[in-house]
Structure formats: C-alpha cells, structure tokens
Design a protein around this ligand. Structure first.
Ligand code: ARG
Length: 595
C-alpha cells in the first residue's frame, strides 16, 4: 500500500503534478513540527515571514516603523480619526503605533459618511450577517457568500475588536419572516487576511441568491471555543481543527497554523523555511517564501505548483473598490535595499583549503585576508561600507594598528594587481565571546576610511549579504568555504582556495556538549575530504539562494583536526548575530528586507 503510494507520487512528479511531500495518508499532526511550535511564531515573526512595509524586523519580531520612515511618494488616504495621511504606508504605520486609527478610504476624507460594517440577525454582537456601507454610498449592502472565506471573516472580527478573528464562517442566520432583504445585489469581498479593516479589501458586484447566499460570521470569543480535544492551539489563544493546520490558509488569524510545517495539505505550497502558503500565491509576482522559491521559474506560468490553477477560469467582475493590496505591493517595491551578494560576471568557475581548488580573481569578492604584523593570520568577510566580519579568536581589540586588511587578494607571495591594503580603525569583539568554548566567535573590523571622501573605496570587493533568519538555508545545502588556510598535511598555502561543503544537522552527535545549536553551524563532506583548516579562521562559509544571492552563513571557527569525516568544521552561525551586527554597522547597511 505504502509502496504503491510512493510509486504513484513518483509518477505524478513526472507528469509535474508533483505536490509537496506525499502526505495524503499522513495525519495533520504529522505535518507540524513540534519543536518549532514551541517558539510561538506568528505573522509578526520575521525569521519566518516578511514584515509589512510599514514594519521593520527587530530581534525576530516585526515592529511598527515610524511614519517618516515610509517612502514619500503616493496619494493620501483617510483614517477613522477623520485625518488624512500622505500615503497608505503613513496611515498604516500610524495605525500600527495607535491601533484604532483604521483605514477608511483611499483619497481625501469626505463628508459623505464613513465606511461601516455591521453584523445583523445574530443573537450577540460577535455574530451575524455582514452588512457594509461603503464610503460615498448611502445604501447598505450584504456580502455574497460565494466569495466569503476565513480570510475576510477574520478581518471583520479584527475590525470589531476580536483579536483572535473568526470562529465560524458558514453559520446560517435566520432572518425573521417580516424582515426582507430587498436587494438582488450583494458585494463580493477579497482580503489578504492581515488587514485590520474590511475597508482595505477589494469589493466587486455580485448576485444575491436569497438569504442563504449572504455571508455571516461568528467571531471568536473566549467562552465560544472551549478547546476541543484534537484541536490545534493557535498562538493567539484560538483553537482550530487539526485538519486546518498547514493548509496554506491563515485560519488562526495570526498565521500560527502555517509557520511550523513539514508538509502542506490541500491547495498549498511548502516554502523551504517550513511555511505553507496558498497555491494562488505561487508565481503571483510577490515573494512570499523568505527563501524566494515561490517566484522562481514562473515564466509562462510553468511553475509546477500552479499548473492546476491555470485552467481555472477567472470570472469577470465589476470592481467597486480596488482595495489596498496593489498599493501595499507598490510601497514594498519602494523600500531601499542595499546591494550585496551578487558577483560580477566572471568566467565560469574552473573548478583548495583542505582538498579545495584554486580561486580566480573576482570569484570571492567578499573574501579578505587579515594580516597581523608580517603574517596572513586569518580570513575575513567584507559586508559593506567600511566593515569586515571575522572570528573573535582572530583579533585583539588593543592592537588595532598591527592589523591590515588585504582586499582583492589571491596570492600573498605574488600579490595580484587587484590587491588593496586597508588599515584598521576599530575592532569590536562580541561581548560574550568565550575563548574556551568558542561561543560567540564573531568580531567586526572597521577599516579606516579615505580621509577625503570619508568612505571606504574598495573597487575589487563586493559585500556578502548577512542572513536575517536562521531559516534561510537548511541542512544538506551545499555551500562554499574559502581561505588561505593549511592543507591536510599541514602544508602552507599561498593562494586562495575554495571547496564545497554541506550543512550538517544534529552536530551534537559529533561534538556532544561542545556544540551549541543556536550559535554554531556545522559543515563538511561525507569523507571529510573538504574542510577549513588552520589559517582559514574568520573566513566565509557562503550559501547561495535560489536567486543566486550569496549570504555569509558561517564564519570559520573551530574543528577537531582538519578533514576528518567524523568531525565536521564548526562555524559561527551568522544568522544568530544579525541584530548584533546591525547594532554596530547600522541597519541600513545590511537589511535587505524588513527595513
Ligand atoms: N581555528 C582554526 C584557525 O584559527 C580554524 C579551524 C577550522 N577547522 C576545521 N577543521 N574546520 O584557523
């Protein structure tokens, strides 16, 4: 039975209907990763998802930006306090700081009455049929049931102050006999699911097929959903049926049901970072997975995950209100993004480090050499501006003047013309660096700027990107190490060498209590043939994402001998130090997203 299933799924893959892991016979509980759930991730956890453009990521959480940090251009919007804001971003950032100043309409504030949502024919104020009055219209309208989903229902409940969103979207409410809904029209509404008011969603005209065709909602109240057995506990305190976890739909309202997934069910797509997104978000022009793969290979709509959707006919609809989603995307595209991690076009790599290969000029534009007195002591990584990242065990904060940073270097016996020598202004060692355990083996070196321009001009260097989330790369990913360190037989190396290693999970099996999961990363090869060695310390372990952007995933730190299969190399896990690095070099230098 199991075998047939596997065969079938293999066959399906050939026909490129391939769904993310064959899971139809797995129970939903098996799709969820328990260890991850304990971290209580939500839509505000920027190691799992992108923040909204009016938020920035601090210590793993999306926090409100100040309105002045919004892009300037855009058109004014009106908020519930009756004030106009220069752009949607300004209003959302203000609302983020002062909840209650919700969005009302795109454009100036008008006298013609406000946007309103009411719940009718329910027994409590937390439930009923949804009735809306749009701005500049004086008639109330109902919402058609056909387009109604938990996304919209959650928004209605958020809007009314129910922080956990909706409990039920399909309850029928009975209109009393003499009450009659006389309109044959209703409104279709479409939200993203994280809006705070229905006014931010898109409205189109629809046809009302009697009162069963109208959308109703029951908002989640504390007493309503006494946790049933076998239910998934959302971080916000709501409980939902297990079968709704890891299905791409934000049933919880805080997305906590979609952020710790090993597989995804139904019409959804699994991001490498363990997040399920709706299938419709694949190849929709906006990156949803922090790892980027939902928008790769999309030309001509041939992304395997959306083949099935292409045939679905798109119903023609009459737009009443466009919604703010396009504006949200536009704002996102206007946010500044520093340049990093992309090599200039170089001849394809002709393919040492222990067992490595010689590097050519331009192949490792972020690699620097750290010279102390007359020796190349360590490697380092250029990360932009005047800053170089290295290992704490490589440097001493008091002897700044005895260090030099050599950039553009290949061979230090016969230096190439690209070499540029920089002096050191300042050295910052992590305050919790422990020279015995090698914990927090990370340091920053600031190069002396050009006295005239007050900047560092390093023509042959390109900064590597700093990973902002520990979920950007997973175990078994092949990454690259480089350096001037020794060969296995302790032979000296004069020319830069590189080699490919795989990220190793579960490294405590090799190093037991010497390995600290959160702060360290292991990498190596099965046979140990490729490894960093003495002299490579402080240099880069670089991983490349699906868009060919290069990240410093690790800093060469320590290892038991060199090139022993039973002892992989240990690296400082750079993603764990994003906030430490940005606190010294400035957020704008290294924040690619979530600025
Ligand atoms: N601590 C060494 C150095 O100073 C780096 C050792 C890396 N060892 C390894 N097997 N990966 O250069």
């Amino acid at each position: 039975m199991k075998l047939i299933h596997v065969l079938l799924s293999l066959l399906c893959c050939h026909l490129s209907f391939c769904r993310v892991p064959a899971i139809s016979d797995a129970s939903p509980e098996d799709l969820v990763e328990e260890k991850c759930l304990m971290k209580k991730y939500t839509h505000l956890s920027c190691s799992k998802v992108f923040c909204q453009p009016w938020q920035k990521c601090i210590d793993g959480t999306c926090v409100c930006k100040l309105p002045y940090q919004c892009p300037k251009n855009g058109t004014s919007v009106c908020a519930a306090n009756g004030k106009s804001y220069p752009t949607y971003c300004h209003q959302k950032s203000f609302e983020c700081l002062h909840p209650g100043t919700k969005f009302v309409n795109n454009g100036k504030c008008t006298a013609e009455g406000k946007f309103r949502v009411d719940l009718e024919y329910g027994n409590k104020d937390s439930e009923g049929i949804v009735k809306v009055k749009l701005v500049e219209q004086d008639t109330h309208m109902f919402i058609c049931n056909s387009s109604w989903s938990i996304r919209e229902a959650n928004v209605v409940c958020f809007d009314r102050g129910f922080k956990q969103g909706a409990l039920d979207v399909h309850r029928t409410f009975h209109l009393s006999e003499n009450l009659h809904i006389n309109s044959t029209e209703c409104l279709n509404v479409h939200c993203q699911g994280l809006e705070t008011s229905l006014a931010e969603c898109a409205f189109t005209k629809g046809i009302n097929e009697g009162y069963q065709g109208l959308a109703g909602v029951v908002c989640f109240t504390q007493n309503e959903g006494s946790p049933r057995e076998r239910s998934f506990q959302c971080v916000n305190g709501k409980s939902i049926p297990w079968k709704k976890a890891c299905d791409g739909v934000n049933d919880c309202g805080d997305q906590s049901d979609e952020l710790c997934c090993k597989g995804c069910q139904g019409e959804s797509f699994l991001c490498k970072s363990g997040v399920c997104i709706p299938r419709q978000h694949v190849c929709n022009g906006e990156v949803d997975c922090i790892t980027g793969e939902d928008e790769v290979g999309c030309k001509g709509g041939d992304h395997p995950a959306i083949l099935g959707l292409l045939s679905m006919a798109r119903e023609e609809t009459k737009l009443v209100i466009a919604g703010m989603d396009t504006e949200r995307k536009r704002i996102k595209s206007l946010l500044p993004k520093p340049f990093c991690g992309v090599r200039e076009n170089i001849r394809t790599r002709r393919k040492r480090i222990v067992g490595g290969k010689p590097a050519q000029v331009g192949e490792f534009p972020w690699q620097v050499a750290i010279k102390y007195d007359n020796k190349i002591k360590c490697g380092g990584i250029y990360i932009g501006g005047c800053w170089v990242l290295t290992a704490a065990h490589c440097v001493s904060t008091t002897r700044t003047h005895r260090y030099q940073i050599w950039t553009g270097l290949i061979d230090w016996i016969k230096p190439n013309s690209e070499l540029k020598v920089e002096f050191v202004e300042k050295i910052i060692v992590h305050e919790y660096y422990n020279g015995t355990s090698y914990q927090n083996d990370i340091a920053l070196m600031e190069m002396k700027p050009n006295p005239h321009s007050k900047r560092c001009e390093i023509p042959n260097s390109i900064p590597a990107c700093i990973p902002w989330s520990p979920y950007l790369f997973q175990a078994n990913t092949t990454c690259v190490i480089s350096g001037w360190g020794r060969e296995k037989d302790n032979q000296k190396v004069y020319s830069l060498r590189w080699g490919e290693v795989n990220l190793v999970s579960n490294c405590s099996q090799f190093y037991s209590n010497r390995y600290y999961e959160k702060e360290m990363e292991c990498a190596g090869t099965m046979d140990g043939s490729i490894d960093a060695c003495k002299g490579d310390s402080g240099g880069p372990l670089v991983c490349t994402d699906i868009n060919n952007v290069n990240y410093v995933w690790g800093i060469v730190s320590w290892g038991e001998n060199c090139g022993k299969p039973e002892f992989p190399g240990v690296y400082t896990k750079v993603a764990n130090y994003f906030d430490w690095i940005s606190s010294h070099v400035g957020r704008s230098l290294i924040s690619q997203y979530n600025m």
